[in-house]
Design a protein around this ligand. Structure first.
Ligand SMILES: C[S@@+](CC[C@H](N)C(=O)[O-])C[C@H]1O[C@@H](n2cnc3c(N)ncnc32)[C@H](O)[C@@H]1O
Length: 313
């Protein structure tokens, strides 16, 4: 039997789905809408008909047809799908002490007002913090490719009057936005991937080479220090051309390649500089305490690096 709380939750979810459909029907395919909200395409169709009857969607709006999609002249981010069917999100560091320190650095780097391209996660924490300091200075295009996380992010945005008025949520790869951006389109980019350089190197390079961010803007990138499982990968390619003690013997091969990548990027594109470099690693917490392994050692999370690039001219 469903209790009152379950009924309320279901009511609220239904409302969220209808809001999403009202705002996205015609721009996102019914199949995609169904996938995000875990309902069938037929159920989406029925909702659309009801929303049309209530005049919440114009009768003239046609469903988004995949075949109508404009051919892209620019490359796609990767060979992956634009959206991820998996509902698992490996990001679990939203409460990390050093993660917050990284957010503080990114916040301070955001100096130019205007439209920011970002990865808000379900909580939109960094966006909230940026807006708290400066509520009228920014709008965001917030991207998320994990279906479950996107649905939660959408709800976080809908529930908050300020977020609702300034964040445009996008379900898909941030690379779709990057490769279709105009020169100077964004004031800043917050590429808080926490992912592997090998996956994102093409789009990072593209943002810089095509001046997607206006003069004075920042490009903030977080990457994990994990290596790639692929046979051919960027770490191998870069490390082949540099000696292992280029920086310091303590810098491992993955971080060495990441550092060399960004240094080469701002050398070739001399209108950019590296303004901040912040390596960080949080500790896993359990019930407010540091989590310990079976052997009694503190469990640490994946080590990360944050780079802030500035477009100077
Ligand atoms: C590290 S989290 C963002 C953290 C957040 N900015 C904060 O301050 O807590 C990255 C989020 O972006 C999503 N994501 C990662 N790479 C993406 C990509 N290329 N396109 C779209 N979403 C992506 C992940 O699923 C995850 O939810």
């Amino acid at each position: 039997m469903t209790n009152m709380t379950d009924t309320n939750k279901e009511f609220s979810r239904n409302k969220q789905i209808n809001i999403y459909i009202t705002e996205h029907f015609g721009r996102v395919s019914n199949a995609n809408i169904g996938e995000i909200w875990n309902i069938t395409e037929q159920a989406v169709y029925c909702r659309v008909e009801r929303l049309k009857a209530k005049k919440l969607i114009k009768k003239s709006v046609k469903p988004f047809a995949v075949t109508n999609r404009k051919l892209k002249a620019k490359p796609k981010a990767n060979k992956r799908d634009s959206v991820r069917r998996s509902k698992k999100n490996s990001y679990s560091n939203e409460d990390g002490v050093y993660k917050q320190e990284a957010r503080n650095i990114m916040k301070q780097a955001i100096k130019v007002h205007g439209k920011i391209l970002s990865l808000p996660f379900s909580t939109c924490e960094l966006e909230k913090q940026i807006l708290a300091d400066n509520p009228n200075a920014f709008t965001f295009v917030g991207c998320e490719y994990e279906s479950d996380t996107f649905a939660k992010m959408f709800q976080t945005i809908q529930k908050d009057e300020i977020l609702k008025s300034v964040i445009e949520p996008y379900y898909g790869e941030i690379g779709d936005k990057i490769f279709n951006a105009k020169e100077n389109e964004y004031s800043n980019l917050i590429l808080d991937y926490c992912g592997i350089l090998d996956t994102f190197s093409k789009e990072i390079k593209y943002t810089v080479e095509n001046n997607i961010v206006g003069v004075g803007g920042a490009i903030c990138v977080t990457l994990s220090k994990r290596n790639s499982a692929k046979e051919e990968n960027i770490f191998k390619k870069i490390n082949k051309n540099i000696p292992s003690n280029l920086f310091d013997d303590s810098v491992g091969e993955t971080e060495r390649a990441i550092r060399a990548f960004f240094m080469a990027l701002v050398t070739v594109n001399s209108n950019y500089s590296i303004e901040e470099f912040f390596p960080y690693q949080d500790i896993k917490m359990e019930n407010g305490k540091e989590a310990l392994s079976k052997t009694g050692n503190i469990i640490r999370k994946t080590p990360m690096v944050l780079f802030v690039l500035r477009r100077n001219k």
